[in-house]
Design a protein around this ligand. Structure first.
Ligand code: AMP
Length: 397
């Protein structure tokens, strides 16, 4: 809070290992006893619950198995509703939850998981943690396991901070200044120091301080002498007065929205949806940004200077930080097939024309289309494909 200069909302994202005592961890990477969670603790002022970025996602459609559907026994039905309408109809309670749910859906889309195979499954009150006001699981349909929870979106209210406050005795509320200080009449305690000195002598200052910071309303209720910090203070040692005081702000306890993602499940789902067949060949159509190797460089043949030229290109690209591979083993067809199966999005082939006019062919893993471009443009072209896909360079002259 200090680092972000007490400006709310504040989000803390972290990734780490989680341990769970799963009774039967028999679903491979889907149910592990030790796995990786990415989660986000997002703190906001409950009096200012609106999300200023909502307009970016308000037309996104979410498929939701609502609490109502589930209570009617229709766990396999769903409604399709825009983010804006889900909030308007109270289906999603917190605007920030709806925002993160929409982003999560887009994130899964970017991993290659289509919208039709994603749904938000609302947890029933007895299924969610007792402190959660509302929880949705983002589920993905997997070939072998059916609908599987990949991420959770819990609205944890102020439960965690409140519990820490109670256990530690530390005030964890946040000061929220008013735009302009407001004037209020309040009951204040006025210690009578003359009286205090006659009774408490050298402790008078301390007792006066205790009185001044005591809760005036409690002193009214007590009527007779009051006891503060072991001092018994007669009623005529202080007065209670209505005064006009300036109030600069108020305090609030932040609420928390917590999106959390299981990394192994994300990886599993991404791999499952990336795995495609073309004719009888396996292609790992992993999004280029995620591909461990971004481009493979192939000399067409292992002679006539082609390997040297290909090696030069390989060195140039890897020096620039691209993840590239050099492969000269086997026929060119076999090398393409190997690269497709390993999910390498771009094949760069050096042939006899390269030696003549400096061009190379670029081959798209997913469509097997090939285009010729100058080798000197490769750095920009590869970066563009990694960012926006192969088609983004096909339209360029
Ligand atoms: P949870 O805190 O239970 O909502 O878990 C957060 C995320 O971790 C879930 O959405 C799952 O993606 C993932 N997850 C939970 N349990 C396991 C497990 N046993 N093995 C692998 N991933 C898990």
């Amino acid at each position: 809070m200090e680092v972000s200069r007490e400006r709310f909302p504040i989000g803390i994202a972290q990734i780490g290992t989680a341990l769970r005592n799963e009774i039967s961890p028999r679903q491979g990477p889907i149910r592990l006893r030790e796995f990786t969670i990415m989660d986000f603790e997002f703190f906001f002022d409950p009096d200012q619950p609106n999300c200023p970025y909502l307009t970016e996602v308000e037309d996104d459609i979410l498929a939701i198995v609502t609490e109502d559907l589930r209570k009617a026994g229709k766990d396999n039905d769903q409604i399709s509703i825009s983010v804006a309408h889900a909030l308007r109809d109270g289906i999603v309670k917190a605007p920030w939850s709806a925002y993160f749910m929409a982003l999560a859906k887009r994130f899964l889309n970017s991993l290659g998981i289509p919208s039709d195979n994603q749904r938000f499954f609302e947890k029933l009150p007895d299924e969610r943690a007792h402190y959660s006001a509302q929880t949705f699981d983002l589920e993905v349909r997997l070939d072998r396991w059916g609908w599987v929870e990949i991420a959770g979106f819990a609205y944890r209210t102020d439960y965690d901070l409140k519990s820490h406050m109670i256990a530690s005795g530390t005030d964890m509320r946040v000061f929220r200044p008013y735009e302009k200080p407001i004037e209020k009449t309040a009951l204040v305690v006025k210690p009578n120091y003359q009286e205090l000195r006659t009774i408490f002598g050298s402790d008078a200052g301390r007792v006066g301080g205790l009185l001044a910071s005591a809760d005036a309303k409690k002193l009214v209720d007590s009527g007779g002498p009051v006891e503060l910090d072991g001092f018994v203070i007669p009623r005529d040692c202080f007065e209670l007065k209505e005064e006009t005081v300036k109030e600069a702000g108020s305090k609030f306890l932040p609420h928390v929205i917590e999106p959390s993602f299981g990394v192994e499940r994300l990886v599993y789902a991404t791999l499952e949806y990336s795995l495609k067949m073309n004719e009888d060949r396996v292609i790992l159509s992993i999004p280029p940004k995620l591909a461990p190797v971004q481009a493979a460089i192939f000399p067409l043949l292992g002679k006539d200077g082609l390997p040297d030229k290909a090696r030069e290109i390989f060195n140039d690209l890897s020096k620039e930080g691209l993840r590239v591979e050099f492969d000269e083993a086997g026929s060119i067809g076999r090398r393409y097939a190997r690269a497709d199966e390993a999910g390498i999005p771009i094949g760069i082939t050096v042939d006899y024309d390269t030696l003549k006019d400096g061009t190379v062919t670029l081959r798209d893993r997913d469509t097997w289309r090939q285009i010729r471009r100058p080798a000197s443009d490769l750095l920009g072209l590869v970066r563009k494909i990694v960012e926006n896909g192969f088609q983004s360079i096909e339209s360029m002259p």
